[in-house]
Write a protein that binds this ligand. Structure first.
Ligand SMILES: [Zn+2]
Length: 266
């Protein structure tokens, strides 16, 4: 069976384990069903912008053509760096978009990926953001009424806790002894007084299980720009990574808009 089309970041549902769905053109494929099967991903040397569909030689900001990259609000720097979002001051590439995406409740959270990380997400993206990062557990730390504020808190806390994820550690990490509730207590002390009122009392721990049995410890990350074909027996999925039993992995998220053939061998 061969499916052809542009791919997009996998949609997820559930958390025990997470179910993954990959869009290939008009079809959505249940990726959990492919675990244990031989698959072949062949890049057709075409990238279509995930916004305007035009062909682009290079993908900007995970899937946009250059023109969309420099004009769309969802590709502005406040998306990658919440503290640079200025929509609360009325400054945005598109205020209507900002009202729906930036000027809404945001969470600062702590997550165990491979290391402990601090991050920011819109309230609508919980738990999807955590799943996309491969977190095995996470806790909410602060709730703010708009994006920039959450970013300011994250900047303060990133002096003590990483705001990055190591992808190899993330793929290796199955369990952790870290007590997120007591860590939240400790780190909350470091939040400047002006932001302390945003600390949330919600200490719910979200645990996330992935369709993957962690039997591989050495990984090689491949991308379609330099490896036209990526194939093997699919061993599991974590974050947005397809993990093959050879240890080869591909981060689907980096390939938004790539046109591929996906062949599945029964
Ligand atoms: Zn475009």
């Amino acid at each position: 069976m061969i499916y052809s089309g542009n791919i997009y970041k996998m949609r997820t549902t559930g958390s025990n384990p997470v179910s993954y769905f990959l869009t290939v053109g008009d079809i959505e494929i249940s990726m959990n069903d492919l675990i244990g099967k031989q698959i072949n991903i062949k890049y057709k040397n075409q990238i279509n912008c995930i916004n305007c569909n035009s062909i682009t030689n290079k993908s900007f900001h995970q899937g946009y053509c250059y023109s969309c990259f420099v004009s769309l609000p969802q590709a502005d720097e406040g998306v990658l760096h919440p503290e640079k979002d200025m929509s609360h001051l009325g400054i945005s590439r598109d205020m209507e978009w900002a009202k729906k995406h930036s000027l809404i409740d945001h969470y600062v959270y702590l997550a165990i990926t491979g290391n402990i990380k601090v991050g920011v997400t819109r309230y609508t993206q919980i738990p999807y953001r955590w799943i996309d990062q491969g977190a095995i557990s996470a806790i909410k730390l602060a709730k703010t009424p708009y994006r920039n504020l959450a970013g300011q808190i994250e900047v303060e806390l990133s002096k003590y806790i990483s705001d990055k994820t190591s992808w190899t550690k993330m793929l290796q990490t199955q369990t952790s002894d870290i007590d997120l509730v007591s860590l939240k207590k400790q780190i909350s002390v470091q939040i400047p007084d002006e932001y302390k009122k945003y600390i949330t009392f919600d200490n719910t721990i979200t645990n996330i299980h992935y369709p993957y049995n962690y039997n591989i410890q050495k990984f090689r990350s491949l991308n379609l720009d330099t490896n036209n074909t990526i194939e093997g027996k699919l061993s599991g999925i974590k974050a947005q990574y397809l993990i093959f039993d050879s240890g080869d992995v591909i981060n689907i998220r980096k390939h938004n808009g790539y046109f591929i053939d996906l062949e599945i061998f029964e």
